[in-house]
Ligand binder design. Structure first.
Ligand code: HPA
Ligand code: ZN
Length: 333
């Protein structure tokens, strides 16, 4: 099974590039930029990753970003992720980035996106891994700040496929951003949003994503299973849920493998993703392995999960057909 998972052609749809900042790169960038870090060693840094919910994770996540300063830093961060993903059979990845986490520290939008973009181009040319960018708004900042960020992004419209919403969900429901998501749709962006696991009002937030925002995907969204009508609506609209097992084990108490099994049984378009792999240790392969073990998934379940991601990817049909053909060839080999 492990070897089957390692070789499985994969697509990743829920990955925060800032969440791929591994401790060793953090030290390298800190030295390069003259930034001091609270930890003296990789081990000490890892030991400080003792979060057990979303907000305790987020404070470590944002603190780590202080080392990302120049365009080259964003390039190095992104290229390191692409190498790792490529080594695990990821053919295609949609990458979230959090511009406000950088512009709020005085780093320009241009610096961030140009560094990431250059690495995406090199990833495709040198490794053959295809990627697209999804810009996330920080939900614990104001709708006005999100709107400004949307405007700022329009210079780079052709580099960004869609918009999402992340950060601290508590007290920050989807409807807070109705206007900016409507404007983003008008501008031609695809729409997704985080509904993290086990939040206050999770089910209400997922309903808002459907009825008030009109998303195509929900990032996490596991609590939808608590409401049979909501499950029906997600099935009717064929919405995708991007689930992140190892992330769940840190911030939601367990991997939610049985819920993933349940979603597969219901025919929901569930996918497996790594979220913030430098903080929730495990990239795509490790995430597949843990769910396979815990939910006793068959090879055909694993192929279904991978096919779901290729089906949900924001790409044209000819590109999709190529990935699905590669997956099918692997499945019957
Ligand atoms: N949820 C909310 N905010 C985040 C996440 C997440 O999974 N990862 C990075 N920022
Ligand atoms: Zn996420």
């Amino acid at each position: 099974m492990q070897r089957f998972i390692e070789g499985l052609p994969k697509a990743e749809l829920h990955l925060h590039i800032e969440g791929t900042l591994e401790p060793d790169l953090k030290f390298t960038l800190a030295a390069r930029n003259g930034v001091s870090l609270p930890a003296g060693s990789v081990e000490e840094m890892r030991a400080a990753y003792d979060f057990d919910d979303l907000s305790s994770f987020l404070s470590v996540y944002y603190e780590g970003m202080s080392v990302l300063v120049t365009e080259d830093d964003f390039y190095d961060l992104t290229f390191a992720y692409l190498g790792k993903a490529h080594s695990q059979g990821v053919l295609y990845s949609e990458i979230f980035f959090d511009p406000q986490a950088h512009t709020s520290r005085g780093i320009s939008f241009d610096t961030v996106i140009r560094g990431i973009r250059r690495a995406q181009e090199d990833g495709e040319a040198k490794l053959g891994i295809r990627t697209q960018l999804i810009m996330c708004f920080l939900r614990d900042m104001s709708p006005e700040s999100a709107a400004e960020t949307l405007t700022r992004s329009l210079d780079y419209k052709s580099w960004i496929v869609g918009v999402g919403l992340d950060s601290d969900e508590r007290g920050n429901p989807p409807i807070k951003f109705s206007q900016v998501f409507s404007d983003a749709r008008e501008a031609g962006y695809r729409l997704t949003m985080h509904c993290d696991v086990g939040q206050d009002d999770s089910v209400t937030h997922i309903w808002q994503c459907l009825n008030d925002i009109g998303v195509e995907r929900i990032d996490h969204g596991v609590n939808s299973l608590e409401d049979a009508r909501l499950v029906d609506e997600i099935l009717n609209r064929n919405l995708t849920l991007t689930v992140c097992p190892i992330s769940n084990s840190y911030v939601a108490g367990d991997t939610q493998a049985s819920q993933i099994r349940q979603m597969l049984n219901l025919g929901m378009r569930v996918t497996i993703n790594s979220d913030d792999p430098a903080y929730f240790p495990g990239y795509m392969t490790e995430n597949f392995i843990v769910v396979q073990r815990e939910a006793d998934l068959s090879k055909s379940d694993l192929v279904r999960l991978s096919r779901n991601a290729f089906e949900a990817a924001w790409i044209d049909e000819s590109e999709r057909a190529g990935y699905v053909a590669a997956l099918e060839a692997y499945a019957i080999a």
